[in-house]
Design a protein around this ligand. Structure first.
Ligand code: NAP
Length: 268
């Protein structure tokens, strides 16, 4: 059965201090987070693993996602297998719920790279295949070579980058769009429209930004937070339902900005 992801998961990019990272993962799991996102490239998989080990959550209730990186790890068949194994060792787990291609750059080649993903699925080491930072053409190509269904596409999405074409693609083909930087790396929290709606709902700008992201069918968000207060605030967004007028006001925000870039990204 294809699992469905909770609307709010935990991001961990730049949660670099190992003790702090382990603490926030543990606190998040204690608060009720069940989807944790990391990456080989973040250099914090061991700390994420420590946080998971110190929390009292059965492995089968946790949805753990990591990513293989084209530069720090490589995208050839054997490099992907080696990287996935090293990630699992650092995370202290014997399978991954979701493994992503972090970026379709460098040696990424759909047939070879995703062939290695298929191999990991067949071996039972990876439960679901994901890609990140793709465009619709690359998504079509990936689906064309994959035998298992594409489970998720992780991409930047927030009120300044609504990603309408990619959201529609996820809905049309039945996979999950995992929205990264869903708070626009903090920038959404001072936007006047977001703040005004937060006042109206007597909630925080973070909850408004996240509730707008997750109001889209097939879309979940993975805000990064370190403190208990931020973790708790973000998880609370799952219970916030914005009305059509609030959603339309956020849809109409004119500012368009992307916060995450990489040479060779498909949108360049
Ligand atoms: P983000 O989640 O949009 O924003 C994180 C920032 O917002 C941090 O400074 C955090 O501060 C602050 N924050 C969090 N909750 C808050 C709250 N309730 N109130 C006020 N401030 C709050 O940015 P992100 O880290 O770029 O994206 C989230 C995750 O997506 C990453 O951690 C990573 O897992 C993933 N990601 C993936 C890719 C990719 O290429 N696939 C790229 C970027 C990100 P504190 O830390 O102090 O709480």
């Amino acid at each position: 059965m294809v699992p469905s992801l909770p609307p709010i998961g935990l991001g961990t990019w730049e949660n670099d201090d190992p003790a702090q990272c382990a603490r926030s993962v543990r606190t998040a799991l204690e608060l009720g987070y069940r989807h944790v996102d990391t990456a080989e490239h973040y250099g914090n998989e061991s700390a994420v693993g420590d946080g998971i080990a110190s929390a009292d959550v059965p492995r089968d209730e946790l949805f753990l996602a990591t990513k293989v990186h084209p530069i720090s790890g490589g995208m050839t068949h054997d490099e992907v297998l080696d990287e996935a194994e090293a990630s699992m060792e650092r995370l202290g787990v014997d399978y991954l719920d979701l493994l992503y291609v972090h970026w379709p750059v460098g040696e990424y080649e759909a047939e070879e790279t995703l062939g290695a993903f298929e191999h990991l699925v067949e071996e039972g080491l990876v439960r679901n295949v994901g890609v990140s930072n793709f465009d619709v053409d690359l998504l079509d190509e990936a689906r064309g070579v994959l035998e298992s269904p594409l489970f998720a596409h992780q991409v930047e999405m927030h009120p300044f980058l609504p990603q309408r074409e990619l959201v529609e693609d996820a809905q049309r083909h039945g996979y999950t769009l995992v929205a990264y930087s869903p708070l626009a790396r903090g920038a959404a929290l001072t936007n006047s429209v977001i703040c005004d709606i937060a006042d109206q709902y007597e909630t925080s700008p973070a909850q408004v930004s996240l509730a707008w992201v997750t109001s889209h069918e097939n879309v979940v968000a993975i805000p990064k937070a370190t403190s208990r207060a931020h973790l708790e605030d973000n998880l609370g967004a799952a219970a916030l339902e914005l009305d059509d007028e609030a959603i339309a006001r956020i849809d109409d925000i004119e500012r368009r900005t992307r916060f995450v870039e990489r040479d060779g990204a498909p949108w360049q």
